[in-house]
Each structure stands twice: as C-alpha cells, then as structure tokens.
Design a protein around this ligand. Sequence first.
Ligand code: ZN
Ligand code: ZN
Length: 145
Amino acid sequence: MKVIKKNVYYCDFCKKKSLNSLKKHEERCTQNPDRRCGMCDIIDLNPILDEFEDKFVLCVTEHKEHWPGSAIYEEVIEPIWKDEFTLQDIQGAVDGCPACILSVVRCLGLNFWYFQGRFKYDFKAARSDWWDATNKENLRREFCY
Ligand SMILES: [Zn+2]
Ligand SMILES: [Zn+2]
C-alpha cells in the first residue's frame, strides 16, 4: 500500500483549503480586509470598513429553545445598529463592485440575511452584470478612442 502525504493549504481568512498554494487566493480573498480586488480599482478597503464599523455593534445573545425533555441554547449574533445602513449604502461606497460588497459584508462580520427585505442582492447575477458592463465599456473604449 502506498501512502502519500500531502500538504494542505488553509486560507488565513476564510474556510477554503486546497492542495495547491492559496497565496493568490489570499490576496483576493473577500474575507481579507487587505485584499486587492480583482474586479475593480479599490486598493484599500479599510477606510470603507472603518466607516461602516462605527455604525453598529455585534451582540451575542443566547436563545433558549425548549424541546420536550431538554433545552437547547443557541448563540445568535445580531447587529445592534447605531446608524442603520443598507446594502445599497455599501454598494454606493464601493462603486457597485460586487466582490467588494461581498467583502465588506464578510469583513464586518455581517450576514446578507441582516439586509433581507430591505435590499435584495444576488452576488452571482451582480457579478455577471458587472463583467458585462465592464466588457462593454472596454469594447467601447477600444473602438471609440
Ligand atoms: Zn479565503
Ligand atoms: Zn472591487
């Protein structure tokens, strides 16, 4: 029997793991506040993160659920808003870049769920729209200038 030991690489920021180096991934990982966006020109997300970070605190509450014969404690993390913002505000702050929107929400420890009902966001659809628009813009530039 042959046993092969392999190195497994873990992203420092998210849960991704791979048999190949994740160095490139880490540079762009949406959970890395110092990432370089592959989709837009935002070089430093930190000032934007700071701005939103001041608007809420995350609060951990314990919810007790009763089942026949036992009680389950579940930790629920919820934002307590000081100055409530929406996904639209984030979208505005990052010039609509879908990867940066995802990154801001993840780096802040928020969840898209918190914005539900107020603003629907479909990352995949937004990303393909973004590329469509960017590609069209590039084509336009190529042909018009
Ligand atoms: Zn990652
Ligand atoms: Zn971006």
